[in-house]
Ligand binder design. Structure first.
Ligand code: SF4
Length: 478
């Protein structure tokens, strides 16, 4: 009897799909506008999209041009209990409306202004709500902060894995050791230093990590994008994400003709850095006017896509992945459990194994066996991303019309509405039970929210052990 009960429990645990996750994706697909229901669309097929926190710690201690936060953001005190209370409410709503699993950014001002304990508690709250958290930072903190975040007071590991997105670009002023970077190249030692801290964390404490590198792109650093990729691709970042600057947030910090760095121009520079064409239609995250993504890997200094968009056999692999594995949650699932679930799908659909082996053989041929051997079969997965926020002057009216149920006629506003409807990046408002696109948060809601927070959490002089005194303003793309 006990054995039967155990087998039943095992059967339940290894079921390939979580029905709540599958239902959430079905809802997501239904809600997408037709413009986003493309063959490569990930939303509704393998995920519900990305999420972010807001109003939890708006302050930052670097100055950036541009900064997407409102003027009041830096007048709000960083406060652990407030952060935790807000995150709990926001995560609860995200779970309710978007299902049990998602990637969520712990984002606001600068995350390392939270004490390591407060930061760790915030990550734990997010995990408790089925969220895979990623902390957004300018990266200007030390080993000591990272160690105290990863380990509890008794020196035991709090987390098996940490994810960070670090923002580095020459428009961020006030970084220790390089207050005003003259160019992108001069930041490379800081990019390397940041990644090295996580290697040490793994070596000394066994805590794994995922690192993303973020960079705002304006006409002022467009021609440096390719070199950043070439110089930094092997530092340890699993993602290079570029954000063409938008006229959003604090208008005192709009210093350039941002729109001259067009999405096509930025993507072309990313391709130049990767040394190959990057097909962003194989997989899509929401609207491609907002997000372009290319998934692949490096062998040595050459980057290869997982799937070749020009090869119909590879596109068939994508379609089979969505069909048979799309509803499976990969992130946060222990490897043994994931392997068991995959085995069950393969057992039910043996053709998936054949498809996978053929794809593997093709991919090895593409890279070249010799090259793989020369690099001791070392493969580094690196994803390239471009996320283009929209300007406040179109987001505000387009959103207002959407609230009234009106469809815009004017082409720019119509495009904005389509993009907002397919938004990949949501923020939660527990006070009224709604979700809003991050563009709307920054363009419409942030000013009043931060003004209210300024009263709720008046600024007091707070010094953290790892940073110099606060009091400057601004943040990066966030
Ligand atoms: S936040 Fe704005 S730019 Fe980003 S995916 Fe959503 S609508 Fe598009």
């Amino acid at each position: 009897m006990r054995i039967t009960a155990k087998l039943r429990a095992l059967e339940r645990a290894t079921r390939p799909y979580d029905t709540a996750f599958a239902a959430a994706m079905e809802r997501r697909w239904k809600e997408l506008p037709d413009t986003a229901k493309t063959p490569g669309q990930i939303l509704g097929r393998h995920g519900v999209g990305c999420e972010g926190t807001h109003g939890v710690f708006p302050k930052c201690n670097l100055k950036c041009t541009p900064c997407y936060h409102s003027r009041d953001a830096n007048q709000v005190r960083v406060d652990g209990p407030h952060t935790h209370e807000q995150i709990t409410a926001q995560m609860r709503l995200l779970r309710e409306l978007r299902g049990p699993r998602a990637h969520t950014q712990l984002i606001g001002g600068e995350v390392s202004l939270l004490t390591p304990d407060d930061h760790a508690a915030a990550l734990a709250i997010m995990r408790d709500h089925g969220r895979e958290p990623m902390s957004f930072t300018h990266g200007d903190f030390d080993d000591d902060y990272l160690t105290r975040l990863a380990l509890g007071p008794d020196d035991t590991r709090r987390f098996g894995r940490l994810s960070f997105a670090a923002h580095f670009d020459k428009f961020m002023y006030g970084r220790r050791g390089i207050e005003r970077p003259p160019d992108e190249q001069s930041l490379n030692p800081y990019r390397a230093r940041f990644a090295a801290m996580f290697r040490r964390l793994r070596r000394e404490h066994g805590v794994r990590s995922f690192l993303a590198h973020n960079m705002t792109v304006t006409p002022g650093n467009l021609d440096e994008v390719a070199a950043v990729i070439r110089d930094c691709h092997a530092m340890g970042y699993g993602m290079f994400s570029f954000q063409p600057a938008a006229f959003l947030g604090d208008d005192r910090r709009w210093k350039e003709k941002f729109r001259e760095a067009t999405p096509d121009a930025v993507w072309a520079e990313i391709e130049r850095g990767a040394g190959t064409r990057l097909d962003y239609r194989v997989f899509e995250n929401g609207d491609v006017r907002c997000n372009r993504t290319a998934y692949g890997f490096y062998v040595g200094h050459r980057w290869y896509p997982f799937l070749d968009g020009d090869d119909p056999r590879d596109l068939a692999v994508r379609d089979a992945f969505f069909r048979y594995f799309g509803k499976m949650t990969f992130t946060g699932t222990p490897p043994a459990l994931l392997a068991a679930r995959i085995t069950r799908v393969v057992a039910r659909h043996p053709s998936t194994a054949v498809t996978a082996f053929r794809w593997l053989a093709r991919t090895i041929r593409r890279v070249g066996l010799l090259r793989l051997v020369r690099h001791r079969m070392r493969v580094r997965t690196v994803t390239f991303v471009m996320h283009q926020f929209m300007d406040a002057d179109v987001v505000a009216p387009a959103w207002e019309m959407m609230q009234r149920g009106e469809q815009a006629e004017e082409p720019r506003l119509r495009e904005t509405q389509e993009r907002l409807a397919a938004c990949h990046y949501a923020m939660a408002h527990p006070e009224n039970g709604t979700l809003v696109p991050a563009c709307v948060q920054h363009a419409v809601l942030d000013p009043a929210e931060n003004a209210a927070l300024r009263t709720l959490l008046p600024f007091v002089e707070v010094r953290t052990p790892t940073r110099r005194s606060p009091g400057t303003s601004g943040t990066s793309d966030r």
